[in-house]
Design a protein around this ligand. Structure first.
Ligand code: TXA
Ligand code: MG
Length: 311
């Protein structure tokens, strides 16, 4: 079985232009060397991902980040506050980053992941890793090695098994305007608006694209979708014979109820989200009603994913 914790084997595959699934604290990624266009093309192909959707580059630390992107001392200060971690930065790219990675943009998305096994991998290879989430394009992201095995198992050379992802939700993508002390959020994710505000003192602005030919192209309206059709739960709709996805204890007495978190814990709900959506398909459900979460903290990012899954 091509799944395990053999970091040296993973490194060898990557050096040979192959693609490898890697664990991060957010979701699993489908990795290739960022300096190997042949391998990068394999990533697009395996995911069936359109080329207009750019890739995040994963580096070991700030020194490595500086080799592929320009950033000012102020930006480095902020990056230091959140790294390694679940935040991705849009920065002006250097020439060693191919247009294939950025979909022609002069900005590259960079992330310093914290997961121990991926940190180990990044220390023994001498190139950064492009890694989109390791799911077929448009389908639900993977938060367990098993998820990768199920939907891309025959397309990757190796899967590094790093157990369940700690957050279970993708990184938050931001860009900065350090002069005006503004952080723009391009994708809601595991790091909340509240945390960004508190740790930087910056103004946080949402600049999230919602159309079908967007500037941050991953943000298509419809994304993260199980085959099961999802509809928004409203208290005036009779859902007694339907499948319901809930958050909290006060749920209706449905036979087929999927709970993101009985105790209304946002972290727990984030961790359960993608497994729950995948379970709908495994259980053969064809339609489910979703109760959205309170729109605060991680609830915002979870609602964002649920709404895109419903679109
Ligand atoms: O948590 C994560 O970010 C995971 C793990 C594996 O790191 N990765 C991930 O990658 O979610 P992906 O490809 O599924 O989503 C990345 C999104 C793209 O769809 C796009 O919206 C945005 O990041 N992005 C990447 N590069 C960009 C760029 N140069 N300019 C604007 N947006 C970019
Ligand atoms: Mg993705």
């Amino acid at each position: 079985m091509n799944i395990g914790k053999d970091i040296k084997k993973a490194a060898k595959e990557l050096e040979n232009s192959e693609i490898v699934a890697i664990p991060t604290e957010t979701v699993y990624g489908l990795a290739a060397s960022a300096f190997d266009s042949k391998a990068i093309l394999k990533v697009f192909k395996a995911k069936n991902r359109p080329k207009f959707d750019p890739l995040i580059v994963h580096v070991k630390n700030i020194d490595e980040l500086k080799k592929i992107a320009f950033c000012s001392p102020k930006e480095i200060e902020i990056i230091n506050t959140f790294s390694p971690g679940a935040l991705t930065y849009l920065l002006e790219k250097k020439d060693n980053i191919d247009d294939l990675i950025t979909a022609g943009s002069n900005k590259v998305a960079v992330r310093i992941p914290r997961h121990k096994l991926t940190q180990e991998l990044l220390s023994i290879i001498n190139f950064p890793l492009v890694a989109p989430s390791a799911n077929p394009f448009g389908y639900v992201s993977p938060s367990k090695a098993q998820h990768v095995l199920e939907s891309l198992g025959d397309k990757v050379s190796y899967i590094i098994d790093g157990e369940d992802c700690e957050h279970g939700l993708e990184s938050t993508i931001i860009s900065f305007n350090t002069q005006e002390k503004v952080i723009n959020i391009h994708r809601l994710g595991a790091i909340t608006i509240e945390e960004l505000e508190e740790k930087t003192g910056y103004d946080i602005r949402l600049s999230i694209n919602n159309n079908s030919n967007p500037q941050a192209p991953g943000m298509l309206d419809k994304h993260y979708s199980p085959r099961c059709k999802l509809l928004e739960y409203k208290s005036n709709i009779d859902t007694s014979n339907s499948v319901v996805i809930w958050f909290g204890k006060d749920h209706p007495k449905n036979k087929r109820l999927y709970n993101l978190s009985e105790g209304q814990n946002f972290e727990e709900a984030a961790k359960n989200l993608f497994t729950l959506l995948r379970n709908l398909d495994k259980d053969g459900e064809t339609e489910a009603f979703v109760k959205l979460l309170p729109n605060i903290g991680l609830g915002r990012a979870i609602n964002d994913r649920l709404k895109r899954a419903m679109a």
